[in-house]
Design a binder for this molecule. Structure first.
Ligand code: SAH
Length: 360
């Protein structure tokens, strides 16, 4: 059964034609679902028979908010329960210019990054475009004007490991008459799946791309991120160059500072050398501690020193404020804790990752 939110206007046009309805109904249904989040009952501009038929063929399932956490900084994190009981996290981040909403693209993750909470239970399943949209809508409801200025695909999961649904989702939120999120205001963060990154680059969408780098050399990177064993830095950086050429957009390199692991002055210099002449920004991210993981965050002075060395090496650098720390905003933390507490999120279908899911 398809989530009606994930159906594009084109597809509605086909459905309406098949049902013998006038073509303009497609637009009415699509807009009502995307922008106004109406239930069929509320779509009073549609004939009653059509509403009944829609409800029968495309039942609507609003994800339930299982838990909500609020941080002192105003960030709010939702744990949403999907129709099959699977849980996903979405975070609302207040910014000076409006609200950013950070959503998940998969339930769990199979990338296996050593410091991350999302990947601890493997990938449970892909999220559909409709389920991604539902997260945007749920976060939008928490804002005064009912909308997000920015959508970040930076929650749990690897968006490029679910590229087909992510592309459908992007079409929905960018389309005129829908939520109309700006393409440049859509941020996609990836651990670096090179073939998929190139495929998306060739679409030429001027999205804001973040790449999780986290190490200046392949050996350390492969210890932290199994994906680096498949795609060495040279290949990843080539793909980033192609991204810049095709989209005209700069790429941000994310670098989470882990105490004693990747935060030494020599590593800052190596990183500056690696990125020299490439027009990438570096965003230094404070690590949010994950109880199951041995890593610690680099402390202030060492972080500042790292940033300074990058700047001296000619690399534009920003240090991310640790927004959302109090709400366990790092990927997968809330969902994890809920699992550990025995919160029956999965309705008894809790299971470990199967061999096939553990690629990295
Ligand atoms: N799979 C994508 C998006 C998910 S996470 C990716 O890898 O980019 C978004 C960012 O948060 C990534 O850079 C990820 O490495 C980082 N991250 C994961 N766990 C973290 C933690 N506990 N503290 C800080 N950053 C974390």
């Amino acid at each position: 059964m398809q989530d009606p939110r994930g159906i594009g206007e084109d597809q509605w046009r086909e459905i309406m034609a098949e049902w013998g309805e006038p073509a303009y109904r497609a637009r009415q249904v699509w807009e009502a679902l995307q922008r106004h989040e109406r239930s069929y009952d509320e779509m009073t501009n549609l004939p009653r028979d059509l509403r009944r038929r829609l409800a029968e063929h495309f039942p609507q399932a609003q994800p339930r908010v299982r838990e909500e956490r609020q941080g002192a900084d105003g960030s709010r994190k939702l744990l949403l329960e999907l129709a099959d009981g699977e849980g996903v996290e979405a975070v609302l981040l207040p910014r000076p210019w409006g609200y950013a909403g950070c959503i998940s693209t998969q339930a769990g993750c199979r990338m296996g990054c050593a410091f991350c909470a999302s990947t601890l239970g493997g990938r449970r399943r892909q999220l559909t475009a409709g389920e991604m949209l539902a997260q945007v809508q749920a976060l939008g409801r928490l804002t005064p004007r009912g909308e997000l200025s920015r959508v970040l695909l930076m929650g749990s999961g690897e968006p490029l490991d679910n590229l087909a649904e992510v592309e459908r989702f992007l079409e929905l939120i960018h389309a005129p008459g829908g939520l109309e999120v700006g393409r440049r205001r859509t941020v996609l963060s990836t651990c670096g799946l090179v073939p998929e990154l190139r495929r998306l680059a060739r679409r030429g969408l001027p999205l804001t791309l973040s790449v999780s780098l986290h190490a200046p050399a392949d050996d350390l990177r492969a210890q932290l991120m199994p994906v680096a064993g498949r795609y060495p830095l040279a290949e990843l950086l080539d793909a980033c160059r192609e991204w810049q050429e095709r989209t005209g957009r700069m790429v941000t390199m994310e670098y989470v500072l882990l105490e004693g692991i990747n935060d030494a002055p020599t590593q800052a210099r190596d990183l500056a050398r690696l990125l020299a002449g490439r027009r990438h920004k570096v965003n230094l991210i404070p690590y949010n501690r994950v109880p199951e993981r041995p890593f610690r965050a680099t402390r202030g002075p060492r972080r500042e020193a790292f940033a300074r060395l990058l700047a001296e090496g000619g690399i534009p650098v920003t240090v991310r404020r640790s927004l959302g720390r109090e709400v366990e905003a790092a990927c997968g933390q809330l969902r994890r804790r809920r699992d550990a507490d025995g919160g029956a999120l999965q309705r008894g279908q809790r299971r470990g990752p199967t061999a096939g899911e553990q690629r990295g």
